[in-house]
Design a protein around this ligand. Structure first.
Ligand SMILES: [Fe+2]
Ligand SMILES: [Fe+2]
Length: 299
């Protein structure tokens, strides 16, 4: 690529991403056989990603019990991904009220909204297809989640998008080709990775652009608030209701999962790229570092 062909303005970036969307977009309703038989011995999430992998409790579980834990934990992750993508879409829509509807930037944002809408259908279909109960938000949780898009303005919109998208993307890339993975999950990951690659480029460009001009209080707010991403991602990976549904001793499972060094190492790996990007843009501070460390994403 020559220097002159590197997109520099937000509309040039958006034009490139629209081109990519035209070339490669997916509809899981057409591309995934949701009714295909599932091998009861294949994992719904690679075992290495499960919260109890490698613990004493894990060693006592049968293969089928481990598979059931993978079914519950993937159902939790994708149930939460639905509301996370919902909040990002709300943020994009709110921002658009102040933007030029004829610009490539707005047109790409609308394209991304469409991608996320299809992802929400895909995740819901997957939870249903694997025969799991969705992990629904309680009323207080739903009220808290409703507040999130109110903070997704300017720099914070793109920082929030990256916190959710990059970590999950890294995990999916690492495990998409796992030999013991249910094909239905691998297909879902493949579609999601392909489309999220564009969303991540859009969000990274948004961060770089906004961070240059954002006032100090906005940069400070974003550098602090991204620590909440650690808490949200922790809940995407670990929900004690999954242990309940598997008939495991809940308190002991939570204790062992929290102390699981294997899980913490995996979390650190998945956060490494985003951490570097946030550091480079001055978007980590002692508060957010404390939070990312508290939930195992930083050593
Ligand atoms: Fe998505
Ligand atoms: Fe996305």
């Amino acid at each position: 690529m020559t220097t002159s062909s590197v997109p520099t303005t937000r509309n040039e970036v958006a034009d490139r991403l629209i081109d990519g969307s035209i070339r490669r977009s997916h509809n899981s309703l057409l591309e995934i056989d949701w009714d295909a038989a599932q091998d009861p011995d294949l994992f719904y999430m690679p075992p290495e990603m499960l919260t109890l992998y490698g613990t004493a409790l894990w060693e006592q579980m049968t293969h089928r019990e481990r598979v059931e834990l993978s079914r519950q934990e993937v159902a939790n992750t994708f149930s939460r991904a639905v509301w996370f993508e919902n909040t990002l879409n709300q943020g994009l829509l709110r921002a658009m009220l102040y933007q030029d509807p004829t610009s490539a930037h707005v047109h790409y944002a609308l394209t991304e909204l469409g991608d996320e809408t299809r992802h929400m259908v895909m995740f819901g279909k997957m939870v249903s297809a694997i025969g799991a109960e969705p992990y629904r938000l309680s009323l207080p949780q739903a009220l808290s989640v409703q507040a999130l898009p109110m903070f997704y303005k300017g720099l914070m919109l793109y920082v929030a998008a990256l916190c959710g998208e990059e970590v999950i993307d890294d995990v999916q890339r690492r495990f998409m080709h796992h030999p013991q993975l249910q094909p239905i999950v691998a297909q879902t990951m493949r579609i999601h990775i392909a489309e999220e690659a564009r969303h991540i480029r859009f969000a990274r460009e948004g961060v770089r652009r906004h961070v240059r001009t954002a006032p100090w209080w906005s940069r400070t707010f974003c550098a602090t608030a991204n620590g909440a991403g650690a808490f949200i991602l922790d809940r995407m990976f670990l929900d004690k209701r999954a242990y309940e549904r598997c008939g495991l001793p809940v308190a002991e499972a939570v204790r062992q999962a929290r102390a699981n060094e294997h899980s913490r190492a995996r979390r650190r790996d998945s956060f490494a790229d985003l951490r570097g990007f946030l550091e480079d843009n001055g978007l980590l501070n002692p508060v957010s570092r404390f939070m990312w460390r508290r939930y195992g994403f930083l050593a």
